[in-house]
Design a protein around this ligand. Sequence first.
Ligand code: CTP
Length: 404
Amino acid sequence: MCGLQGKRILFGVTGSIAAYKAAQWVRELVKEESQVEVILTEAAERFVTPLTFAALSGNPVYRDMFDEAPDRVMAHINLSRDADVLVIAPATAQTLAKLASGMADNLLTSAVLAARIPVVLCPAMNCAMWTHAATRHNLLRLQQLGYHVVQPGCGSLACGETGDGRLAEWDCVRETLLSVLQTADLSGRKILITAGPTREPLDPVRFLSNRSSGKMGYALARTARRRGAEVTLVSGPVALEPPPGINVIPVTTAEDMAEAVLSRSEQMDIIVKSAAVADFKPISCQSLKIKKTGQGLQLDLVKNVDILAELGKRRHPGQILVGFAAESHNHEQEGQRKLREKHLDLIVVNDILGSRTGFDVETNQVTLISQFFSRRLPLLSKEETAQQIWDAVVAFETPTQLGS
Ligand code: CTP
């Protein structure tokens, strides 16, 4: 599973000023081709109108527990039967308190009590309300009851104060929705992923680098987290937002990356090296800017450490090691050679000359090579490719599936 396309989302909105943000989120879901049904509480209607949500979702909005229309009489039971996930955003302190004690005093709280699907709560409130012992107690109870709570952010609040209690960002909520809808088959695994290029400085303004947007590594990190893993992402310089819930360690040079990776590798269950590490660096970095002369410029380069090869030497029993190979030709042979020489379980071979594969594009077409199989994948989005890589990794842990 890669996105929320086709997912049926039951979306509850309660009475907080942050309700206006819920309208934008419903829009985002519809753009992603999810089917959205909205329940507004009475208090929510003081901030936003049913018409807003009806127009954005393309469906009539549910408001009244006692609606007598034939298709709505049992809405509090039927709505969640027809949905994949129920999300409440914003969820007020009042609604959290009601749900923590199992109250069902309106259509939304009744629908939650009747739901057999995952319920995601996105609290939003003033910081004093958020940190109050009663709210803390309710949150603990809600987590015990199996509700998924998206922690609010810290920042300026509508009440004029600054602190915890801001409705979480959409990216974070979307990731939570994706993870509750996904099998947690990487749960309990510690995974280290590298992404992006490295930069090898020549002088204060120039560096040598590789072409790499980091998109593949970031897609691997997001999808691993959705499948339940604890993810550390060692990232070279890229123009991507840090994915929510992931420990991102920014690095610049290959040497920084080697240090960040090798100092953590021992504790990792799975390591995936998708970074485009510079193979060479200038023998020294000039402290002053190199000036033009009438002549050309000779650069003396030395080899960087091959981090993946080093990981292959140090790997412990049971640790899974996945490498990437950027190839312009002889894909299969080069993939097989690197798999063997670097002691890998799996290598993902990228065709860098394809126009819709490789660098800076949203899609990729790769070949997965292990000692058991060589499998060319179709052209896929980077997240779909990442999911296929995780499927292969999961199969290493259940060897009966390896041939498939
Ligand atoms: N890699 C690494 N450290 C390096 C160079 C590469 O860890 N100094 C890793 C990459 O992250 C990737 C794999 O090795 O997972 C293969 O990288 P690639 O550039 O395709 O191959 P190289 O081994 O560098 O060989 P060549 O450039 O000769 O094809």
